[in-house]
Design a protein around this ligand. Structure first.
Ligand code: PMP
Ligand code: GLU
Length: 403
């Protein structure tokens, strides 16, 4: 029950939206606790276990008995060196450990960066549809998110022309994820070069390139914008372990950036959280230096499931799809159902449709509104073939009741 006592929360927190991905996952858990068989396709998290050699490295670190104290705020030096080696090897990027800050998930990395770069009123161009937390983190940092919208016909990729038009005197930064959450879109080298071409003319604008789905890319090539001519000094590359190594609960992410930005991020992290979990950091070294077979197998499984879901959805009328080339999400346009009703419930928007599907089909999805795209819903295909087949069967049945 709400307390009658006044609750004078700050304006800052009152303006902040709850994370829709996390809220929907919580709803699904509540249904499950009541004994309802919910298929949860809402939370973006791998359904695989962390590869065995990474688990073993964490156990070994505990047994060594050396890693129980605070770690250096930006992360252990040997982890930062392993990250620098990875960036050189995989992405053609040269960084020293001083340019790297390890954080409690890429989520904290992104928060650090915006808190360090933005002054009140600074604008951030956000490639849309965007991951839920970008807009909210920007707002907490007193910045203004300026969305540029991709279309379904273009696999949801906004163009360089749109970027150019969105830039104003107040633009301080640009953020995108590639592969993208929620659409699975991946920028090609050509598209990234067009983006870089626009940004090279604006040396006061910083790019936050979120590459957390790097290892879940069904296209041939992962391109880091920091490796393009003229971009290194203006780019913060964000990456992490949650997705590619199935390590969401370990909470380990990082940035690689110009040293002055890394230093500032270390400063804020030193006041907020300190160095992230020591044992997770030791596990992170094993992930970066170890065998990538498990990561490749997970990627192949996601690609196969993407094809399965696309095939199954061909039989569901009114769900407009495209082919995601990375990550583990499909973000179909479901606006054909807006205005329809099953007799009791009228569907006015994507949020209504998600609630209807949760209540009627017992499948949890996330409304596109949370990602800046109100005609769509997000479906995570990080689930077993059986769950995906059953989920789409149930969704189809529930949608068929809407007229
Ligand atoms: N960026 C994107 C695009 C994401 O989907 C997520 C959510 N997993 C994150 C960053 C944050 O990941 P984490 O904090 O688990 O490293
Ligand atoms: N990023 C994942 C998602 O989009 C995990 C939940 C979250 O951190 O928002 O579902």
């Amino acid at each position: 029950m709400e307390s009658a006592v006044s609750q004078p929360l700050s304006q800052r927190i009152q303006k902040l939206e709850e994370s829709a991905t996390i809220a929907m996952a919580q709803k699904a858990r509540e249904f499950k606790a009541k004994g309802i068989d919910v298929i949860s396709l809402s939370l973006g998290e791998p359904d695989f276990k962390t590869p065995r050699h990474i688990q073993e490295a964490a156990k070994a670190a505990i047994d060594e008995g050396k890693y129980f104290g605070y770690s250096p705020v930006p992360g252990y030096l040997d982890l930062r060196q392993a990250i620098a080696d990875k960036l050189q090897r995989d992405n053609g990027l040269s960084y020293t450990p001083n340019q790297i800050v390890v954080s409690t998930g890429a989520k904290q990395s992104i928060a650090n960066v915006f808190l360090c770069l933005l002054d009140p009123g600074d604008e951030v161009v956000v490639y849309s549809p965007y991951w839920v937390s970008y807009a909210e983190i920007i707002k907490v940092a007193e910045g203004v998110p300026v969305p540029i919208m991709g279309t379904l016909e273009n696999n949801f990729k906004a163009s360089a022309e749109q970027l150019k038009e969105a830039i104003t005197d107040r633009t301080k930064a640009v953020i995108f994820s590639s592969p993208c959450n929620p659409t699975g879109a991946v920028f090609t080298r050509f598209e990234m070069e067009a983006m870089a071409e626009v940004l090279r003319k604006h040396p006061n604008i910083y790019v936050v390139a979120d590459e957390i789905y790097e290892h879940i890319n069904f296209q041939d090539e992962h391109v880091s914008i920091a490796s393009m001519p003229g971009m290194y000094d203006n780019t913060v590359t964000v990456n992490g372990f949650s997705k590619g190594f199935a390590m969401t609960g370990w909470r380990l992410g990082y940035i690689a950036a110009p040293e002055w930005i890394a230093k500032a991020c270390g400063k804020i992290q030193g006041q907020f959280t300190s160095g992230t979990n020591s044992i997770a950091q030791r596990a992170g070294i094993a992930a970066l230096e170890g065998d990538m077979t498990a990561a490749r197998e997970m990627k192949a499984a996601y690609q196969r499931r993407r094809d399965l879901v696309l095939e199954l959805l061909k039989d569901v009328p009114g769900v407009k799809t495209y082919v995601p080339t990375g990550a583990f999400y499909l973000f179909p346009d479901v606006s054909d159902y807006f205005g329809k009703s099953d007799g009791d419930t009228t569907i006015n928007n994507a949020s209504d449709l998600c609630m209807y599907i949760l209540n009627d089909a017992h499948v949890s999805l996330v409304t596109g509104e949370a990602f800046g795209a109100p005609n769509c819903v997000r479906l995570s295909f990080a689930a077993s073939d059986e769950q995906l087949k059953e989920a789409i069967r149930r969704i189809k049945e529930s949608l068929s009741k809407l007229n």
